[in-house]
Ligand binder design. Structure first.
Ligand code: NDP
Length: 487
């Protein structure tokens, strides 16, 4: 890792002139590294460099160069996958098996958008009057890409890969607490031949660094993943100048377990949906909706399996469940556990800190909840799941749709047709039937309702970084024959 210079501006590694921050390993609470963050002026400079690179280099028009850089970066990332995965685990606490998936998914994302760009064909038609109507796609310009701490590299790549493939220039800001793989990936992009100013890495807090990257007049598009409240502020800021914006926000996703589901398998998928990455996943199935006839049996299976999860050192291959991201976040989770109990919910399991070192907490299962409780309505973004029962399909659908969010959902059933019927009535951007969590780079990702605006991944993810231009072309100027004129 770059030991002393932590910003990448206009093709140069430079010293941050803002705050100094200690980056903590959540598994040990020891200092992993110390970062010199950007000053507000350096964030402004980054935007200026990106704007200059957009105007003055051939990046926007040289598709071959872009494809080559992205494919080279994908190869280099795969070559160093073990090292990068280890860094991601040290910084986030996510189990190493999960980190490895993130790194290969990131490389696949780079390759997918390089391929999509190389195959891109735009619509063209000769009209009745001889006009050739051509729809072209162009890069938007300077893009600020802002991501949270739960999947630092992967969520970054969902923006970096399509933004660069489309020909934009970018400023990338990961969360202030998880900058480590962003530094490593920037080295990889540099080695891959990205031209100066095309990709700029700016580290620092949401206020003022993120805000500067959102409000600058030179920024043409903001692509943001994070909490709904931050997303609302960003949306309001962008509205002032009609700046392009896409928002991937929070969720409170339901997993519906139908009466005919295999209970043992359903319990395992529910654990995967709810507690993968310690539940710090935007699409986590944080609300389990279980048919009342199988409730008792399902709970028994779920509890037995949860109690047997291997909680511990995330660097160990066999670990199922690591620490949560920070002391502050752990306290937020504990506050929600208290809120749930005060609201009258029954905590069937979990919520205990584990060991004396590291930010570990046992996964939490709440029963006896109702739809109005805060633990059912608000995103906790940690290992806390609520269980409700239903009797009819209609009841399950109403409970599933009964929050302000609409990011994802799951349906587990032996009857895939019935599950599909339910899926079609759920207001969510991604629905898994008899599975959960896997994102496919070829397919769109994003939210209904207050879970976001726009889509990432798939062709839609590339479209989000392009403007559409319609050119009407005639070879010669012909008489118009429209006006009658006085003489
Ligand atoms: P935040 O909204 O607090 O932060 C997200 C990013 O935005 C961070 O880089 C943060 O910087 C930055 N930021 C904060 N304030 C501003 C601002 N005013 N202007 C510009 N940037 C700002 O979210 P968390 O980091 O707490 O992440 C958790 C949230 O992310 C959850 O709600 C989760 O659901 C959502 N999420 C959504 C996903 C999706 O695909 N829909 C995927 C993953 C997560 P810093 O932290 O450095 O201060």
């Amino acid at each position: 890792m770059h030991q002393d210079k932590h910003l990448y501006l206009n093709g140069q590694w430079v010293n941050g002139e803002g705050l100094t921050r200690q980056i903590i390993n959540p598994a040990t609470e020891e200092i992993l590294t110390t970062i010199k963050e950007a000053s507000k002026e350096q964030a402004e400079d980054a935007v200026t460099y990106a704007a200059q690179a957009f105007q003055q280099t051939d990046w926007a028009v040289n598709k071959e160069k872009r494809i080559k850089v992205l494919k080279t970066a994908a190869g280099l990332l795969e070559e160093s996958a073990d090292e990068v995965a280890r860094l991601e685990t040290l910084n986030t606490g996510k189990p190493i098996r999960e980190a490895i998936l993130d790194i290969y998914d990131s490389a696949a994302c780079l390759r997918y958008y390089a391929d999509l760009m190389s195959q891109a064909e735009f619509w063209k038609k000769e009209m009745e009057d001889g006009t050739v109507s051509e729809v072209r796609k162009e890069p938007i310009g300077v893009c600020s890409l802002i991501v949270p701490w739960n999947f630092p590299l992967l969520l970054g790549m969902w923006k970096i890969a399509p933004a660069l493939a489309a020909g934009n220039t970018v400023i990338y800001k990961p969360s202030e607490i998880t900058p480590v793989t962003a530094l490593k990936f920037t080295e990889i992009l540099e080695k891959s031949g990205v031209p100066a100013g095309v990709f700029n890495l700016v580290l620092g807090e949401g206020d003022p660094i993120g805000q500067t990257l959102v409000s600058s007049e030179k920024v043409d598009k903001v692509s943001f993943t994070g909490g709904s409240e931050t997303g609302r502020k960003i949306n309001q800021e962008c509205a002032g100048s009609f700046k392009r914006v896409s928002l991937e926000l929070g969720g409170k996703s339901p997993l519906i377990v139908l009466e005919d589901a295999d209970i043992k398998l359903a319990a395992e998928w529910a654990i995967f949906g709810s507690f993968f990455n310690q539940g710090e996943v935007c699409v986590a199935s944080s609300r389990l909706l279980v048919h009342e006839n199988i409730y008792e049996e399902f709970i028994a299976e779920l509890l037995e399996k949860v109690k047997n999860l291997k909680i511990g050192d995330p660097l160990k291959e066999e670990t199922d469940f690591g620490p949560v991201i920070s002391e502050q976040h752990l306290r937020k989770i504990e506050d929600y556990i208290k809120i749930g109990k005060a609201e009258g919910a029954e905590c069937l399991y979990g919520g205990e800190r584990v060991g004396s070192k590291g930010l570990y907490i046992t996964p939490v299962i709440f029963s006896n909840v109702n739809q109005n409780m805060r633990i059912v309505q608000e995103e906790i973004f940690g290992p806390v799941v609520t269980i409700q029962t239903f009797n009819t399909e209609q009841e399950a659908i109403e409970l599933a749709n009964g929050t302000r969010f609409g990011l994802a959902a799951g349906v587990l059933s032996a009857d895939a047709e019935k599950a599909d019927r339910i899926a079609s009535q759920i207001k969510a951007g991604t629905i898994w039937i008899n599975s959960y969590h896997t994102p496919y780079v070829e397919a769109p990702w994003g939210g209904y309702k207050q879970s976001g605006i726009g889509r990432e991944l798939g062709p839609q993810g590339l479209d989000g970084f392009m403007e559409t231009k319609h050119i009407n072309k005639k070879e010669h100027l012909e008489p118009l024959n429209w006006y009658t004129f006085k003489n």
